[in-house]
Design a protein around this ligand. Structure first.
Ligand SMILES: C[S@@+](CC[C@H](N)C(=O)[O-])C[C@H]1O[C@@H](n2cnc3c(N)ncnc32)[C@H](O)[C@@H]1O
Length: 253
């Protein structure tokens, strides 16, 4: 009996050299795989929320670190060690990997594209094997709206993963789920296209709003990557508009 030849793994458009991939220095330095640009139409999840997804593209490390530093200067309800970091729309986990270098209680990711989630899990294994992970990490493959927030203080990271309809559903869900949990959810929002929704939803208090600059190094890397994309659809700017929110619930004055 002859063995069946395993089927070649199909690659998402944007994750192969043929479809424009150039590796970000973050990957080359750390031996992980987080680079690439996958347009929303190519995510191929078959999920009802896919049409509201933006695209896959990983966060610039310098923007992530600056935003985390700003958040750490706000007075949270507990020390960092008691917070669970959650990336909604985690992709291949670049933000999770950087978060796991801090002693969070846990670092969780939620990604509905199964190939991206699988690559993310491999990256985490690499992070653990090289002793970079200070926090336990776990990637869930499901819709961000369906993901129940864990108990205790949480900080949710959003790198503009989805548009208004999904953001609205998420905020409505949280308004119910967070009753009695004032101060227990902070939101770090990069490329905050749906910021208006947070401003009009009762219970959210804005702690920061403004541009966060990419380092020169990240700008050069992102520009060379995005210049190479086939459709020239996306651009890398010198900064990302960002916001930090805290759930104050009914106690909000
Ligand atoms: C801009 S990428 C951000 C990747 C990652 N957070 C980072 O910073 O490196 C947005 C990701 O959100 C995912 N996404 C979009 N809508 C989603 C949803 N409703 N549920 C889960 N993941 C979603 C996309 O598949 C994509 O991988």
């Amino acid at each position: 009996m002859s063995a069946t030849k395993p089927k070649a793994r199909s690659r998402l458009t944007g994750l192969s050299v043929k479809t424009g991939l150039i590796s970000h220095p973050f990957d080359l330095e750390n031996g992980v795989r987080t680079s690439g640009l996958v347009a929303a139409r190519d995510l191929g999840t078959g999920h009802r929320h896919q049409r509201h997804a933006t695209a896959y593209y990983a966060i610039a490390p310098s923007v992530f670190h600056s935003l985390i530093a700003r958040w750490r200067r706000t007075r949270g309800v507990a020390p960092l060690e008691e917070y669970t970091f959650i990336d909604l729309g985690a992709g291949m986990g670049r933000a999770m990997l950087m978060a796991a270098e801090m002693p969070f209680r846990a670092v969780l990711g939620v990604e509905f594209q199964s190939s991206l989630a699988r690559i993310g899990r491999n990256n985490m294994a690499q992070w653990r094997a090289t002793g970079r992970a200070q926090a336990p990490m776990r990637m869930y493959c499901c819709d961000a709206v369906e993901f129940p927030l864990p108990a205790g203080p949480c900080v949710v990271f959003l790198f503009n993963p989805f548009g208004e309809p999904v953001m609205k559903r998420l905020l409505a869900r949280w308004s119910t789920a967070l009753k009695g949990r004032e101060g227990q959810l902070d939101l770090l929002y990069v490329n905050n296209e749906q910021d208006r929704l947070l401003r009009i939803t009762p219970g959210w208090h804005r702690l920061f709003y403004g541009p966060i600059k990419r380092s020169k190094f990240d700008l050069a890397a992102d520009r060379s990557i995005l210049y190479n994309q086939p459709g020239a659809e996306y651009a890398a700017h010198t900064f990302e508009d960002c916001a930090i929110y805290r759930w104050k619930g009914s106690t909000l004055k």
